[in-house]
Design a protein around this ligand. Structure first.
Ligand SMILES: CC(C)(COP(=O)(O)OP(=O)(O)OC[C@H]1O[C@@H](n2cnc3c(N)ncnc32)[C@H](O)[C@@H]1OP(=O)(O)O)[C@@H](O)C(=O)NCCC(=O)NCCS
Length: 193
């Protein structure tokens, strides 16, 4: 049933856990550890993430973290930082973006620090965030979009049980100045594991 929700009045936690990860909203003070992970990962982020052009400074990342902390509270965007539970290491960034609360629908984005790629942390986070979206936020639809050339990103969507719905040709520009086609994956209420 279509709703007229005031997202500002929705109550839900700003953190939750999966087997190996703590996922939580950004906070003031996160800039240093997040930026350290970005500096380590510039080469693997560069082809796909517009926000590493130019590479952000610690101050830029702190500013971004504070802006995203504010937007989490206003429910405009639900960024989540991922930390490894065993030692507190910052793992990467994810969250629910491009929100339409009237459906509700969300899009999950993600990146992992280069040294932790290939260990399943992102699939684990996406599974947890998907569950959070459907079970806690009442999502009807969750999307994952990626450049059609980003095979590692598409593999995460597939591993997390998302269905490829289509390819938006010449949907956007890549950071390298070439036109990109965008794959759209989604899960809808009823698909959830
Ligand atoms: C896209 C990106 C997030 C994918 O990260 P990833 O590390 O490949 O994804 P996962 O963390 O789910 O790890 C999957 C790999 O770990 C392996 N793995 C190990 N343990 C695992 C576990 N418990 N569960 C699932 N997979 C596991 C999988 O077999 C897979 O290995 P493979 O790639 O050799 O087949 C990463 O490449 C990245 O940050 N890229 C740059 C930013 C980017 O492109 N973001 C997406 C924009 S749309």
């Amino acid at each position: 049933m279509p709703g007229h929700v005031n997202p500002l009045l929705l109550n839900f936690p700003d953190h939750f856990e999966t087997a190996r990860l703590l996922l939580r909203a950004p906070r003031p003070g996160d800039g240093r550890v997040v930026n350290e992970a970005i500096q380590e990962s510039v080469e693997h982020l560069r082809p796909w993430m517009p926000w590493v052009h130019p590479v952000p400074s610690v101050t830029d990342t702190e500013t971004h973290s504070r802006r995203m902390a504010a937007k989490f509270i206003t429910r405009e965007d639900l960024a989540l930082y991922l930390f490894r539970k065993s030692d507190g290491l910052f793992v990467g960034g994810s969250g629910l973006h491009r929100i339409d609360w009237s459906v509700p629908r969300f899009e999950i984005g993600y990146w992992v620090r280069a040294s932790l790629e290939g260990q399943g942390y992102v699939t684990e986070a996406v599974n947890g965030i998907t569950r959070f979206a459907f079970e806690v936020l009442g999502a009807q639809r969750v999307e994952i979009r990626c450049d059609s050339r980003n095979t590692r990103s598409a593999a995460v969507a597939r591993r997390a049980g998302y269905t490829l719905e289509g390819c938006l040709r010449h949907d956007d520009w890549s950071p390298d100045g070439t036109l990109r086609d965008t794959l759209v994956f989604a899960r809808i209420r009823g698909d959830e594991k």
